[in-house]
Each structure stands twice: as structure tokens, then as C-alpha cells.
Design a protein around this ligand. Structure first.
Ligand code: NOJ
Ligand code: CA
Length: 555
């Protein structure tokens, strides 16, 4: 019998931070009660997969990626019962939920670390973490959070040894060479799967194992553990999505997508090229990246984010030309200080100078390229940020729901809020919010909803093949996504001027072409099929007849 497609085929992942999304009990902090009350919105928008950034108990020195209990819920957000009510409601509304799983490290306040520092050297408890008498060990491993740390080692006066931390000094790395660590983390996976979650976004997967003389990234032992993890989730006998975070060149990220390893991995290189294409008005590097990504892992297994809760990574100078990076930075409103550890800590809208055309262009691309598009909460509105906040907080501020107090996020007085809602010029929550944009037919929000509807109705965009078409215009890009039953053509213009060019559609000669969004007919396919796109324009067309009709204006 043919295997049915896993539930994430065609999924769009909506990423949200529970504490910044909706406050259900009026204490100023988003929580599961609030999130549950907003599920109808997410359903209305048309996203069916929710990725929650860490929800566990944590001192919050790194946005919750510093965990003190892998099987609990942070008390600010509720408890396991509240989580259960949320998950049940999400499932009842046809949604799937994936959790952030931080495998590489814990908080230094985690009981495992406290036990380790007091335990005898060489004991299994001590060996839960990576210790050394010599802070020059693994010196080829780069410091990742270079804005905050200058070394990967921190002296612990209790253990009288250094411990390894690839991220903040408050985040000691677990020692995966210790089988008890591996088993403990697999038990964490069992715990959440038994509670019904549908998958995991695996944080920082490259760094699990260390070896002298290497960058300590993507070592064979790390891949072997991830394969073990895959076997463990498969023992639960249902489809569980494993989506890995590896901020690496495509060739280095691809091995995580071996058939017996992870199902998906973010393509951050593509993200960088998408921004660079718009900043530089040229699609050639983007096209090369698309070809390379497709060759590395054919099919739709890349997850495609534009922005997330972290910095925008643009490579270390060899990926994107320096002058293009400068264009992106200089174009940013409100001055300097946005370059943090390895990228820019701003939200999508300010990065795009508040231009809704480029928001639509970039989302129109990720919604139609092969892969799993990721939408970061608030970007469907073009929400702004607060550049002065510490670390990556500028792009983690409360969701804007209404023009009312605190943007409808919370009824609490201002000083109690988790982070300040956006009142920056041009992005004030009294203007940029869900309630207002729902009512404005031409709003960004309604555009996203409509594109997501179109995407849902076009299986070629979920699992279809991908082919770039020859396009003579250096600032334009054209491709087809096709299955046996359907061909969707996409053309985009990344420049601020109009673009006219023709495409060779000989293969579909004389077949009907229809624009998808509004269903209107275009001239039949021909060897010189004329395309005219406005500045930053993008369009999707259906080629030929298909069984299911495009959505039509009322959908
Ligand atoms: C990647 C996460 O996305 C980021 O927010 C976090 O700081 C690091 N991993 C460390 O967990
Ligand atoms: Ca609350």
C-alpha cells in the first residue's frame, strides 16, 4: 500500500513566542491561555503548523533557550494542564504544534549542572557536561555569541575546572559522549510525544559533539546521535516532524537531511540571498543558491524563513558582497547598533524600510519555492520593532491585535509588560494591528491570508518539482512548480523599477494561463510569453487546465 504523505507536506510554519503573543491572565506576559484564545485567528489566517519557541522553566537569560527543566512549563506561561488545553484546542482546530527542543545545552541553574559541579571528577554525574583544566581545548571551535563572550570556556570555582559553553556562559554544553546524557534527552523527546506534540524544531544541532582540531560542528558522532533520535521518534509510530537549525552553508546543512536523519532543515543561506537580491536589485546569486539547494537535497525539505527571533544572518562576508550588506544596514531606520553577534537584530518590516511591496515579494517567493515556508508572528502585519532593546529583544515584542491599550496584547499596566508594544513612527500598534488590517481589504494581512489560501489549493506548491526558467532580466526571476496534474508559474521582480521580459513557454504552447490570485486569464502560453511586473512585483499563474479551480475572488 502506498505510504500517505506526512502531515507536514505543504505545511506553512507559523513561529511565535508564547510570552509575546497574547496575555490571558492580565499579568503582562503572554501565556497558553492567551494563545489558546487566539487560535481562531491563526485558523482564519490559514496556518496549520505552530512552532513555539522554548516554553520550559528558565531564568530567561537567552530567551528561554537556557532551560532548567525540560519537562515542565515556565510558570509565566501556565502549567502542563494549560499546555494540554492549548494543544487539544489546536488539534481540534486542525493545527499541529512543534516545540523547540534545545539538545545542546542547559541553563547553569539546571539541577544536572548543579549536580555535576559538585560531583567527583570522572563520575557519570560530573560527566553530564564538558569539563577541562585547559581553556585552550577545542580552540578551533569559533565563539558564536561574540558580542557577549570571548571564550567558549568558563571557570567554575566549585568544580575547579572550566566548562564548555558554545553559547552564553550561562548555557553549559551537555556532554553527548556520555550515554546517560543521550538517554536523558531521548526521554525528554518521549515525554513530549506522549503528551501529543507533533514535532520538534531542534535548536543548534551542529554542536552536540566535540573533537580536537575541528570546528566542533556536524561531527559524525553528532549525525549518529540525530539518527538515533529519529529512530526514537519513529518508535512512537506516528509522523513526528524533526526540523533542524544549522546556520551553515547549504552543503554542510544538507547531511542533516539524510533519509534516516532529520525531515527538514532551515535554509538560512537562501534567506540571506533573498534579502541580498532585494537590496542589490539582482537575482543571479539567488538563482545560483536555488539551484545549489535543490541539487544538495532535491524536493521540498528545506524550511524557508525570512525572519525569526534571532539575528538576520548574512554570512561572514563570503556569502553576500559587503556592499550589499552595507546597503541593508544603511537603509535601516533609527541609526546604528543593529549588528549583534553575526547579523542584524531587526524585524522584517524595518529591514525592508516598511515597504509592503517587498514584504509581499519575499513572502510570495517563500510561499511558492520548494520547501516549508516559515512566517514569523507579526510579519503578516508588517509589524515594527524596538531597536534600542537588549540582545534580540527588538524583534520579540508583543503581537499587535487591536488599537486598544497595549495593542490588545495585555490589560496590564505598561511597566508590567514583558516587552514594550510597538509605538514607533510608522509602526504604531494603533495603526498596525490585526483588527484594523482585517477590515482593510488591501492590507498586508489580507494579502497573506489570500496567498495562503491559494497555496493550500495548489498541490504543485506543496510537493511539485522545481525548475528555474531562463530569464533575460537581471532583476527578475521565473520558475515553475509542477506535478503531473498541475503547473504553477511564478515570476518576480526584485528591483524598484518595473520589469518587462518574455519567457519561453514553448513547452506549454497554446495552453491556457491564468493568474492565480484573482483567476483572470492571460494570453495562452507561447515561445515569447510577455511578463510585465511592477516594482517589487510578483505573480503566480496556473498553466493549463486543472481539476481544481483557482480560488477566485471570494475565497
Ligand atoms: C539558536 C536559537 O535560535 C537562539 O535564539 C539561541 O540563542 C541559541 N540557539 C542558543 O540556544
Ligand atoms: Ca499572562
Amino acid at each position: 500500500m502506498a505510504k500517505t504523505m506526512p502531515w507536514w507536506t505543504g505545511a506553512v510554519v507559523y513561529q511565535l513566542i508564547v510570552r509575546s503573543y497574547a496575555d490571558g491572565n492580565g499579568d503582562g506576559i503572554g501565556d497558553f491561555k492567551g494563545l489558546t484564545s487566539r487560535l481562531p485567528y491563526l485558523r482564519w489566517l490559514g496556518v496549520k503548523t505552530l512552532w513555539l519557541t522554548p516554553i520550559y522553566p528558565s531564568p530567561l537569560r537567552d530567551g528561554g533557550y537556557d532551560i532548567t527543566d525540560f519537562t515542565g512549563i515556565h510558570p509565566d506561561l501556565g502549567d502542563l494542564a494549560a499546555f494540554h488545553r492549548f494543544l487539544t484546542a489546536a488539534h481540534e482546530q486542525g493545527m499541529r504544534v512543534i516545540l523547540d527542543l534545545v539538545l545542546n545545552h542547559t541553563s547553569d541553574l539546571h539541577p544536572w549542572f548543579q549536580r555535576a559541579r559538585w560531583a567527583a571528577k570522572g563520575s557519570p554525574e560530573h560527566d553530564f557536561y564538558v569539563w577541562s583544566d585547559d581553556p585552550t581545548r577545542y580552540s578551533d571551535a569559533p565563539v558564536l555569541f561574540r558580542h557577549f563572550e570571548s571564550s567558549n570556556w568558563e571557570w567554575d570555582p566549585v568544580a575547579e575546572q572550566y566548562y564548555l559553553h558554545r553559547f552564553l556562559r550561562h548555557q553549559p554544553d551537555l556532554n553527548y559522549a556520555n550515554p546517560a546524557v543521550q538517554e536523558s534527552m531521548l526521554e525528554v523527546v518521549d515525554f513530549w510525544l506522549e503528551r501529543g506534540v507533533d514535532g520538534f524544531r531542534l535548536d543548534a544541532v551542529p554542536f552536540l559533539f566535540e573533537a580536537e582540531g575541528t570546528r566542533c560542528e556536524g561531527l559524525p558522532e553528532t549525525h549518529a546521535f540525530l539518527k538515533r533520535l529519529r529512530q526514537r521518534v519513529e518508535s512512537h509510530q506516528r509522523d513526528v516532524l524533526l526540523l533542524g537549525e544549522a546556520i551553515q552553508p547549504v552543503q554542510e546543512a544538507a547531511p542533516y537531511l539524510a533519509d534516516d536523519e532529520l525531515h527538514g532543515a532551515f535554509n538560512f543561506v537562501l534567506t540571506a540571498h533573498l534579502f541580498a537580491a532585494v537590496a542589490g536589485g539582482c537575482t543571479r546569486q539567488l538563482e545560483a543558491c536555488l539551484v545549489q539547494s535543490e541539487q544538495a537535497v532535491s524536493g521540498v525539505r528545506w524550511a524557508l524563513p525570512l525572519r525569526n527571533h534571532d539575528e538576520l544572518w548574512l554570512g561572514d562576508g563570503h556569502l553576500i558582497p559587503q556592499e550589499v550588506i552595507q546597503t541593508i544596514r544603511v537603509g535601516l531606520p533609527q541609526g546604528q547598533g543593529h549588528w549583534l553577534n553575526w547579523g542584524i537584530n531587526r524585524r522584517l518590516a524595518p529591514l525592508l524600510n516598511g515597504d509592503p511591496r517587498t514584504n509581499r515579494l519575499l513572502h510570495g517567493l517563500i510561499y511558492s519555492l520548494p520547501g516549508m515556508p516559515c512566517l514569523y508572528y507579526g510579519d503578516e502585519l508588517g509589524m515594527g520593532d524596538w531597536p534600542g532593546l537588549r540582545d534580540r529583544d527588538p524583534n520579540r515584542t508583543p503581537m499587535a491585535w487591536t488599537p486598544d491599550r497595549n495593542g490588545g496584547f495585555s490589560s496590564a499596566p505598561d511597566p508590567l509588560l514583558v516587552l514594550p508594544p510597538i509605538t514607533a513612527p510608522g509602526y504604531d500598534y494603533r495603526v498596525v494591528n490585526v483588527e484594523v488590517q482585517k477590515q482593510l481589504q488591501g492590507s498586508l494581512l489580507n494579502w497573506h491570508r489570500r496567498m495562503l489560501t491559494c497555496r493550500r489549493l495548489l498541490p504543485a506548491l506543496h510537493q511539485g518539482g522545481f525548475e528555474l526558467l531562463e530569464c533575460s532580466h537581471p532583476g527578475a526571476l521565473a520558475y515553475v512548480r509542477s506535478t503531473d496534474a498541475m503547473t504553477v508559474l511564478v515570476a518576480a521582480n526584485v528591483t524598484g523599477a518595473g520589469a518587462s521580459f518574455s519567457l519561453d513557454l514553448t513547452r506549454w504552447q497554446e495552453q491556457r494561463t491564468r493568474e492565480v490570485m484573482w483567476g483572470c486569464d492571460f494570453p495562452p502560453a507561447s515561445p515569447e510569453w510577455f511578463v510585465n511586473l511592477p516594482p517589487y512585483g510578483i505573480n503566480w499563474w496556473l498553466i493549463g487546465e486543472v481539476e481544481s479551480e483557482p480560488p477566485g475572488p471570494g475565497a
